[in-house]
Design a binder for this molecule. Structure first.
Ligand SMILES: Nc1nc2c(ncn2[C@@H]2O[C@H](COP(=O)(O)OP(=O)(O)OP(=O)(O)O)[C@@H](O)[C@H]2O)c(=O)[nH]1
Ligand SMILES: [Mg+2]
Length: 290
């Protein structure tokens, strides 16, 4: 693909993450609970390497609760500590520091044994754009210090925030990676607003979203847009046109597409999770004779 979504500033931000890594005890990897895997930057595994990590599934208020529970279970089975939170509506997020202290318990005990009264912990918040990193940090410090906004690329520079005398967290700009192995990943990131809207055509993104909603949340789609069962006999493009007309946009499906994308981002279809938990790999399957 020729689309450029890895501009120079993201390469710079990645290098800055690498530089600061040695200063922190733990990485808080913030992802979007609706796409817990698609919103993880695969480039980060190599950079973070063995540094302790806590995966934070943010925007859990917008995700399918059952699916979020299943994803947490999945990560637990893969030995990756993970929690789900809603940074938008919760005034405090005590489970973050609590879990950080659990993960770093051995280190804390070791330092206390050396006579340190206050063990200072430093964390770095990383993630792709618009997953809510700065919002999470503002909740931790109980003040709106970091700039937030409903579009990707709001945070431009790293910034330390002091939660307490013993806990400091670094906010970082969102970082994408240069090439999506699975094209669906790019479409999901566009759909939920982690890639600039101007890079894609709204109707392509809406069609992709419509297809996912039909597969996974048809009842919610039907209810939200007052559709008839017969409307679902049409293919995705046909259904998009039906919806455009029904919603009073005549034949301007671009404008309806933008509305549908916004409806999905705002949770108008109820809690939705668009990533599917991977099925166990063939290694764990019982071998057959043929
Ligand atoms: N519904 C909901 N919205 C959230 C939540 N957390 C953040 N948001 C919203 O998501 C948008 C992005 O939040 P930011 O904190 O700016 O995201 P960021 O990850 O710092 O983004 P960049 O700095 O661009 O990388 C804002 O409109 C927030 O209000 C959440 O848990 N639930
Ligand atoms: Mg930010």
């Amino acid at each position: 693909m020729t689309i450029q979504w890895f501009p120079g500033h993201m390469a710079k931000a990645r290098n800055q993450v690498q530089e600061k890594l040695k200063l922190v005890d733990i990485v808080l990897e913030i992802v979007d609970a609706r796409i817990p895997e698609s919103s993880r930057n695969p480039m980060m595994d190599e950079i973070i390497a063995d540094k302790p990590r806590l995966l934070v599934l943010n925007k859990a208020d917008l995700a399918d609760k059952k699916q979020t529970a299943a994803w947490l279970d999945y990560y637990q089975k893969h030995d990756l500590p993970a929690i789900a939170i809603d940074a938008q509506h919760k005034s405090r997020l005590p489970q973050i520091e609590k879990t950080v202290r659990q993960i770093l318990a051995t280190k804390i005990t070791r330092q206390q044994a050396k006579g340190l009264k206050i063990v200072k912990l430093r964390a770095m918040c990383i993630g792709i754009p618009n997953v809510g990193k700065s919002t999470v940090l503002n909740r931790l410090v109980q003040k709106n210090i970091a700039k937030t906004g409903n579009k990707p690329g709001v945070t431009k520079n790293q910034q330390w925030l002091k939660v307490s005398d013993s806990f400091e967290v670094l906010d970082t700009p969102g970082i994408l990676w240069p090439k999506f192995e699975d094209p669906d990943t790019g479409m999901k990131l566009a759909l939920l607003g982690s890639i600039k809207d101007s890079i894609f055509h709204a109707d392509d993104v809406a069609l992709f979203g419509l297809d996912l909603l039909r597969q996974r949340y048809q009842a919610q789609l039907q209810q939200t847009y007052h559709l008839q069962a017969a409307d679902f006999e049409r293919d995705n493009a046909g259904l998009l046109l039906t919806l455009t007309k029904k919603n009073g946009f005549k034949d301007d499906y671009d404008q309806f597409s933008e509305k549908m994308i916004n409806d999905l981002r705002k949770g108008r279809f109820g809690g939705v999770t668009l990533d599917v938990i991977p099925t166990p790999t063939s290694e764990t399957e019982v071998p057959t004779d043929d």
